[in-house]
Design a protein around this ligand. Structure first.
Ligand SMILES: [Mn+2]
Length: 273
């Protein structure tokens, strides 16, 4: 069987549905590499099992990029944010698990952007003004903070400032924080360098002046296919230069996989309770 690269949309703790999807694609670790677009955790019923599964499979078999909910887990773990009391916060079991330290140690080592051949894997998107080279350099700068002793400094700054616009003159910390928003939260932009962080509806309902980042006129990256998730209201979408994979599993929708080599799409309805 030839080697396949199978990209999978936002899992968000939907472990049972993930297992169904892996059966559907006839996943074989000996031949297939998985690409996870981030948001492995939160809101769904079993974030802990998703983290254990991905960590156990290891870097050779599964490539992960971090999403905003993964960063939220890191923010809770490092005391930058407080757990919410409502039911939406489903990360308690993960934070109380005996292997929580190991899981977080693994999670914070994951990149924010990953390149394989002509494909770029990212959770939310890439700022229209950025070239592939710039995007990779900025992602590495932010990932360096997350891996090292300055993780608390970055997460604190990120959680307390708006950081929605890119400028060359920004400090390193500001650049890293804007980069976290670009790569893990952006959906629409109001200029090549400025994103909106509020609107999360369908593209056709976007307020005047806001354009999906992947449709922004003059977007720099055209030579790579950008594989991303994060935008449940957008759903599964495929074009010559991007693939959107968040089909809203955690909202009762479905979990989607896409094979980069044979361009086949697989989708299973959520089986979570
Ligand atoms: Mn997300």
């Amino acid at each position: 069987m030839p080697m396949r690269t199978i990209a999978i949309g936002d899992i968000q703790g939907c472990y049972k549905t993930l297992q169904r999807l892996l059966e559907r694609v006839q996943y074989n670790p000996a031949h297939d590499q998985l690409f996870l677009v981030g948001d492995l955790v939160n809101r769904g019923p079993d974030s802990l099992s998703v983290l254990r599964w991905a960590k156990e499979l290891g870097d050779k078999h599964v490539k992960v990029v971090l999403g905003n909910h993964d960063l939220y887990l890191l923010s809770l773990y490092f005391g930058v944010k407080m757990m919410r009391k409502d039911k939406k916060d489903s990360l308690r079991a993960t934070l109380n698990a005996p292997d929580c330290d190991e899981l977080v140690a693994w999670l914070r080592m994951q990149p924010l952007l990953y390149k394989k051949g002509k494909n770029l894997l990212v959770h939310a998107g890439i700022l229209p003004a950025w070239t592939t080279k710039e995007a990779l350099a900025n992602a590495e700068l932010a990932a360096e903070y997350l891996r090292g002793p300055k993780i608390v400094e970055l997460l604190t700054y990120w959680n307390t400032h708006s950081c929605n616009s890119w400028k060359k003159s920004l400090s390193k910390l500001e650049k890293a924080a804007v980069t976290l928003n670009v790569l893990t939260r952006m959906r629409t932009c109001s200029s090549l360098k400025t994103m909106d962080l509020a609107f999360s509806g369908k593209p056709k309902d976007a307020p005047r002046g806001l354009i999906p980042w992947f449709k922004y006129p003059g977007r720099e990256i055209t030579s790579h296919k950008i594989v991303f998730g994060h935008w449940a209201a957008l759903g599964y979408k495929k074009s010559s230069d991007f693939i959107a994979l968040d089909s809203g599993c955690v909202w009762g929708g479905s979990l989607t996989a896409y094979c980069l080599e044979d361009k086949k799409k697989f989708s299973v309805r959520s089986v979570e309770e």
